[in-house]
Design a protein around this ligand. Structure first.
Ligand code: CO
Length: 182
């Protein structure tokens, strides 16, 4: 299968401190956060060339990220490989005996489909597969703001990376839950 490094996930315990490093010290652009309800995390993407860093904050005590940080502290959490056909990728892995965490894809950030491969099969690395959404679904998750006709194009996934420099704050999103990003 063809795979592209989409992003590297970093579990973050103290978001303001993480922003002080990635945004202020490194000078990188942090995009408006996105709540991933299924994983009980808030994701903050930081474009770095063809790939991104993904700062992950837990939104509930039983979040996988909260548990991860409890056990191992903050740090590298997963790598994400983007594939064209996530179902085909999972079938191929299954046929070759790889241990999967997700037998079927589930909803991820930005309307994508994602599935995790167990670190036991990936030599200690949690690997996420991701298939991009074809286009923004008209019915976003309940905790996301419903895009209005006046929603700036920077918040639409198709424009996600190309226009990221325009997204310096979460100001354009009326009901986004995070106030952490100025
Ligand atoms: Co991720």
């Amino acid at each position: 299968m063809k795979a592209v490094l989409d992003h590297v996930g970093i579990a973050v315990k103290d978001l303001p401190a993480a922003l002080a490093f990635y945004r202020d010290a490194l000078g990188l652009i942090v995009e408006a956060p996105e709540e991933v309800v299924s994983q009980r995390v808030r994701a903050h993407f930081i474009p770095v060339g063809e790939s991104s860093l993904e700062l992950l904050e837990a939104t509930a005590p039983d979040s996988p990220i909260a548990k991860y940080i409890e056990k191992r502290g903050p740090g590298l959490h997963h790598i994400t490989l983007r594939v064209d056909d996530i179902n085909a990728a999972l079938a191929q892995l299954r046929a070759r005996g790889a241990r999967l965490i997700d037998e079927k894809p589930r909803p991820g950030a930005e309307g994508a489909l994602v599935a995790f491969i167990h670190p036991a099969s990936a030599h200690g690395v949690l690997v996420e597969l991701k298939q991009l959404a074809a286009h923004r679904s008209p019915a976003p998750s309940p905790q996301s703001p419903v895009p209005s006709p006046t929603t700036p194009p920077v918040f639409q996934p198709a424009a996600h990376r190309a226009t990221s420099t325009a997204v310096r704050s979460s100001r354009g999103s009326q009901s986004r839950p995070s106030a952490s990003i100025r």
